[in-house]
Design a protein around this ligand. Structure first.
Ligand SMILES: Nc1nc2c(ncn2[C@@H]2O[C@H](COP(=O)(O)OP(=O)(O)OP(=O)(O)O)[C@@H](O)[C@H]2O)c(=O)[nH]1
Length: 203
């Protein structure tokens, strides 16, 4: 992995303890560590190579610290991000409010960043449905409103974790292809000095 170019910066945001580090651990190392909760200090970085069709894409994933103490630092980490996975704990409505705070930040400061809402710890709901603290349909409506994708994941069982990161990689590839197409067009339209442009207009 060393020396490999990162194609897209991805940042994880969300209240402390919602399971951001566990999500990265599951995605990168396909494991879940149930041990005592250790909060992230500052941020952690993982590069993950993904396959989209016949292309490989390296995601540079920044796992930020959720503690409000590190809020200013998290802002540094989402700068230039192509995708933000904004996490909340499906059993904790307060964490969903905190997720909305990060969405507002991104909308105001990082226009080019796609947002993925991620409700975590879905295995806890399988154990007991009454533990759900955030209504799925409410979040789906909100996701539609902000043009975000919505996933409900479990790092413990692995549910929907691969799907989430795969979608991030696919959107990156598709969006980049679209961007190249529109940029090419912009160049063509702008080439007033090009021989083609004049030959085209003078004949
Ligand atoms: N049951 C269950 N517990 C989880 C899951 N994901 C995380 N946890 C637990 O939730 C606690 C917090 O997880 P972390 O991944 O450290 O949370 P974080 O969002 O990175 O926390 P900060 O680094 O403080 O921002 C840990 O005790 C995890 O074991 C999950 O999918 N299911």
């Amino acid at each position: 992995m060393s020396g490999r170019r990162v194609d897209a910066k991805v940042v994880l945001l969300g209240q402390e303890g919602v399971g951001k580090s566990s999500l990265v651990e599951r995605c990168a190392h396909r494991r879940f560590r149930p041990g005592p909760y250790q909060n992230t200090i500052g941020a952690a970085f993982v590069a993950k190579v993904m396959t989209v069709g016949d292309q490989t894409v390296t995601l540079g994933i920044w796992d930020t610290a959720g503690s409000e103490r590190y809020e200013a630092m998290s802002r540094i980490y989402y700068r230039g991000a192509r995708a933000a996975i904004v996490c909340y704990d499906l059993t904790d409505s307060g964490s969903y409010q905190r997720a909305k705070f990060w969405v507002n930040e991104l909308q105001n400061c990082e226009e080019g960043c796609r947002i993925y809402l991620c409700g975590t710890k879905s295995d806890l709901l399988e154990e007991d449905r009454r533990k759900r603290g955030v209504d799925f349909h409410d979040v789906q409506d909100y996701a539609d409103e902000i043009k975000a994708d919505l996933f409900e994941t479990s790092s413990k069982t692995g549910q929907s974790v691969d799907e989430l990161f795969q979608k991030v990689a696919e959107d990156y590839v598709n969006f980049s292809a679209f961007q190249v197409m529109t940029e090419d067009k912009a160049v063509n339209l702008d080439q007033r000095n090009s021989p083609y442009f004049y030959s085209c207009c003078h004949h």
